[in-house]
Design a binder for this molecule. Structure first.
Ligand code: ATR
Length: 319
């Protein structure tokens, strides 16, 4: 069997081999998925390797997600919208790219919110993960607030998202508060929110430090009607925003569910069939020191569809 890689720089931290190889073995295939640290030239060579059929496929992670989209011959709607890709495979001698983070996010909304709505949403941060979250939520959101340290990046994210959002969606970009007074508008949005999405790198840069979030009303998400928090970081412990949300009675989910389901959709792209997601989930849970029940493997189809998860993208065929 041809190789599968996860490409990035650095790459040693990637957990993808652990759960992708578990999925391959559960499908009766050899564990051919490995990490590979690459520079830009290697990335181009690997793009050609996938195109020519010498390599079965790749995941591509930081800092190459934009180049991964640009090197492809064909792209899915998720890549066209977000400008980034994390999965390569080949069909009929063409290099295809998908952004399976979108499915990972939709599955996370499904697992966290189930039948509840996400009409009023606050996104903390304005990097690539925030853009993916806006795209994944665009069909349902009616009131969108982006809060970011650099205000101009929050404004840029809203401008980029304009074509995806419904015409009547109310949008606002706010600066990350540095005084209690600055926090008034942000906290009004948090208290009214069905969903807060934490996309900043703060929990990775300063694990368990409550200070950067201290002025945000994360224990009042949704006010009396109780909202939900999706954290995109993951680890063996809940992050500060997750803990505050849970302590106040709101529900919270971390990024392990997104990681699992972006990987499951990538597997489908390479192998042409759905993996045993429960096996992949168990391997991931073990690697991050978590209870497997915290990470949703399967989600009922009616709930998946509600959050926009199509069985597979009808725009591309499969081997
Ligand atoms: P990605 O594309 O993976 O989302 P990124 O572009 O590095 O990563 O974005 C990191 C996010 O975390 C940004 O929104 C960043 O804010 P800036 O745009 O102002 O840089 C945010 N972030 C990082 N450290 C932060 C801090 N100490 N306080 C507030 N926001 C922070």
């Amino acid at each position: 069997m041809k190789a599968l890689y996860v490409l990035g720089k650095p790459i040693a931290h990637s957990l993808s081999p652990v759960f992708q190889n578990a999925g391959l073995q559960a499908a009766g295939l050899p564990p051919v998925y490995t990490r590979r640290e690459v520079d830009e030239k290697d990335l181009e060579n690997l793009a050609q390797g996938v195109r020519s059929g010498n390599v079965l496929g790749c995941n591509i992670t930081l800092p190459y997600k934009t180049q991964a989209a640009q090197l492809a011959d064909r792209t899915t709607p998720a890549v066209e919208a977000t400008g980034v890709a994390n999965t390569w495979w080949a069909e009929n001698g063409e290099l295809w790219a998908d952004n399976t983070d979108i499915v990972g996010l939709q599955m996370s909304f499904a697992a966290l919110l189930k039948e509840r709505d996400a009409r009023r949403v606050v996104i903390l941060g304005a990097g690539g993960a925030a853009n993916a979250a806006i795209f994944a939520l665009a069909p349902s959101v009616e009131h969108l607030t982006i809060v970011n340290r650099t205000l101009s990046k929050a404004e840029d994210s809203l401008n980029q998202a304009q074509p995806w959002l419904k015409n009547h969606t109310v949008k606002q970009a706010l600066a990350w508060p540095s005084t209690a007074e600055d926090a008034t508008e942000v906290n009004a949005a948090i208290r009214a929110a069905d969903l807060v999405i934490q996309t900043t790198s703060i929990p990775i840069l300063y694990p368990q430090d409550p200070t950067p979030f201290a002025l945000l009303a994360l224990d009042e998400i949704g006010g009396a009607s109780r909202g939900a928090l999706l954290e995109l970081a993951y680890g063996d412990e809940p992050t500060v925003p997750m803990q505050r949300a849970r302590d106040s009675g709101a529900s919270a989910l971390d990024g392990a569910t997104m990681l699992l389901h972006q990987g499951a959709r990538s597997f489908e792209r390479w192998i042409g069939k759905r993996p045993d997601v429960a096996v992949m989930r168990d391997a991931l849970a073990k690697a991050v020191g978590r209870n497997p029940d915290d990470i949703a493997a399967e989600i009922p189809e009616d709930i998946r569809r509600r959050w926009g998860v199509a069985p597979r993208d009808a725009a591309c065929g499969f081997m």
